[in-house]
Design a protein around this ligand. Structure first.
Ligand SMILES: Nc1ncnc2c1ncn2[C@@H]1O[C@H](COP(=O)(O)OP(=O)(O)O)[C@@H](O)[C@H]1O
Ligand SMILES: [Mg+2]
Length: 225
């Protein structure tokens, strides 16, 4: 099997006025293409930081990440955003929708960056998939947390990513909407072969993935390689 992600001796340190804070220390793991993985651990253990580094959103302090056969250390800012736009989907813990754009326009952004055709229709189809056709012209602040979560999902799906990172994708949702989001994620894995890496507090959700990685204090507890 091919690894779509390889993390070696990864570390991340934040500098502050009082010195440096080591948030991730010596992280090592591989993820097979097409697999599903959950990352679990206490709040503050570094899950969001790890996800962001793996997706190329931020730079590591040490070690290496190879994503889709490309070493992120060797890419500049532009090359990393191209890689993200082509292969990576990311669902943020706090959605990060653009407040001045409608739901539809938010989903259109990655497609427009790709200079895709039929952008509007494709974005509408994605909104329909997450059950939000009627909300297409609403702005993020006019939507509930769960609805924003689903717009964020539609946006993350829009470039048909090879790998999807989801940071607590059901964290803000009621049980019914959570189940719906969960189904969308696993369907994408089953139907399109999208590799799924999700951070969650929900152990029931985690148990549905093929593998669980436990984090504590910036380290992996179970280093399965
Ligand atoms: N930009 C930042 N600057 C300084 N410290 C940060 C920054 N982002 C996160 N941290 C710190 O890193 C630690 C891990 O945060 P995070 O990755 O968000 O953990 P988790 O997602 O597991 O709750 C926390 O102590 C947090 O305060
Ligand atoms: Mg987090």
């Amino acid at each position: 099997m091919t690894n779509i992600l390889s993390v070696r001796n990864l570390s991340k340190t934040y500098q502050s006025g009082h010195g440096s804070l080591a948030v991730l220390r010596d992280i090592n793991f591989d993820v097979e293409e097409g697999s599903t993985t959950a990352i679990v651990g206490p709040s503050g253990s570094g899950k969001t930081t790890l996800l962001g580094l793996c997706a190329g959103l931020d730079r590591a302090s040490g070690g290496s990440i190879v994503l889709n056969q490309q070493n992120l250390n060797e890419l500049n800012e532009d090359e990393r955003s191209l890689l993200r736009n082509q292969y990576v989907g990311f669902i943020f813990q706090n959605f990060q929708l653009l407040p001045t754009l409608t739901a539809l326009e938010n989903v259109m952004v990655p497609l427009e960056l790709q200079q895709a055709s039929n952008v509007k229709k494709r974005a509408m189809d994605l909104l329909e998939k997450v059950g939000l056709s009627e909300r297409a012209s609403h702005y993020p602040m006019q939507l509930s947390g769960g609805e924003q979560q689903r717009v964020s999902l539609a946006r993350a799906f829009s470039n048909a990513p090879k790998i999807l990172f989801a940071d607590e994708p059901t964290g803000n949702l009621d049980a019914e909407t959570g189940a719906r989001v969960e189904k969308l994620l696993f369907d994408l894995n089953q139907e399109a072969g999208t590799t799924l890496i999700l951070v969650t507090h929900d152990l029931e959700l985690a148990s549905k993935t093929q593998r669980i990685i436990h984090m504590k204090g910036g380290k992996l507890l179970e280093n399965e390689g």
